[in-house]
Write a protein that binds this ligand. Structure first.
Ligand code: UD1
Length: 340
């Protein structure tokens, strides 16, 4: 049992991870500034787990406030660091906001960790660091490519900061998790993704279109070099993803080394096209999703999916939820929040 500080613990992936941590009897302190999450998620977590974790409404960039939190809740065994901005388009139009929040946030977390002798960190990175890989499925050894957005660049920079800090101080153990495309909601339909405004991501757009909130989905491109012409991604169930964080934490807490880092891809290992996603959703829910074909979205890559061998072997982690069940969970969540 570890005492874990979870930054961004009321967000989409954070809240699902908190649920899995509590299910494994870990003690959780959530730090969240509610910039892209809701306070009511805390009671939803309690509803699912019958436990209420400690909660501090703190902006992690406020190092003094974060320091006070580390002090009040110490000794902390590990940090799982989710808190960051993640909207690609917004990062293009307001890049400094992204660099400030994502990079300074990590620096503040690392500073507090070192001050309070907390050596373990799990960091949320993204498959965006690979760009369009030349070989598929993509392994952790694939070269990093120049980021296509400031958001993607913050993930690359943060990975480098962690590695440099390990090199400098020799007192940090990190697991860097490169997520592919997280989707779906908790089976209880108590927590899920809450996009603000018009969703950028595919699955919330599909579920909102099915619910009648959006008129039609635009499929961005049908002229890619893929079997049906639409782009291919690796869609990973958010609950499977959350469980990987618990495995990563357990690995960190069990190891005897004082410093170093490991990198893991977290995906399913299977690529699915946009049109396959739409048609699978329609088949499992019986609800039609009107769509049109639109031009390619700027900055999108053609296809990517993960080689998950390393996470399977080293973390003993497998993403085994079917796409059908994942899409049903997303639909149940959409219906719940729309009172359908
Ligand atoms: C995006 C980000 C990625 C981030 C992830 C999670 C880019 C280039 N990448 O991934 O860094 O980690 O979100 O926030 O933005 N699509 C449509 N119609 C839509 C929406 C999406 O056809 O209305 C297509 C896209 O063109 C893409 C696929 O669906 O081919 C998945 O898109 P999306 O869910 O936005 O994820 P990514 O772009 O893969």
């Amino acid at each position: 049992m570890a005492k874990v500080l979870v930054t961004g613990g009321l967000g989409y992936i954070g809240s699902h991870t908190v649920v899995e941590l509590l299910a494994q009897n870990h003690e959780v302190i959530i730090v969240d500034n509610l910039s892209n999450s809701e306070y009511c998620i805390l009671s939803k977590i309690s509803e699912i787990t019958h436990t209420t974790p400690a909660f501090e409404q703190i902006d992690i960039c406020d190092t003094d406030a974060l320091r006070a939190c580390f002090k009040a809740h110490g000794p902390i065994h590990a940090v799982i660091h989710f808190a960051a901005y993640k909207a690609v388009g917004e990062s293009v139009s307001n890049s400094l906001l992204y660099y400030k929040n994502n990079v300074l946030g990590l620096l503040s977390v690392l500073e507090c960790m070192r001050e309070f002798s907390v050596c373990n960190i799990v960091f949320s990175s993204s498959c965006t660091v690979y760009g369009q890989p030349t070989q598929l499925p993509v392994t952790e050894q694939a070269p990093i490519q120049k980021a296509l957005s400031p958001y993607g660049n913050t993930k690359q920079i943060c990975e480098e900061i962690i590695c440099d800090a390990i090199h400098s101080y020799n007192d940090i153990c990190a697991v860097i998790l490169r997520y592919f495309n997280p989707i779906g909601a908790h089976p209880s339909a108590c927590i899920g993704e809450l996009p603000k405004g018009v969703p950028n991501n595919l699955v919330p757009f599909i579920t909102q279109t099915a619910a009648g909130v959006r008129k039609q989905l635009q499929v961005f491109g049908n002229d890619y070099n893929t079997p049906d012409g639409s782009a291919i991604r690796d869609y990973i169930y958010v609950v499977d993803l959350a469980k990987a964080h618990v495995k990563a934490l357990d690995k960190l807490c069990a190891q005897t080394t004082h410093s170093g880092y490991e990198l893991f891809n977290l995906g399913t290992g299977t690529g699915i096209s946009v049109l396959e996603m739409v048609h699978t959703f329609e088949r499992v829910t019986g609800v039609s999703v009107p769509y049109t074909i639109a031009s390619r979205r700027e900055g999108d890559i053609e296809q990517v999916w993960a080689d998950t061998t390393r996470a399977n072997r080293e973390l003993d982690w497998f993403a085994n939820t079917s796409l059908e069940d994942i899409l049903l969970s997303a639909w149940n969540w959409e219906k719940k929040i729309r009172n359908l």
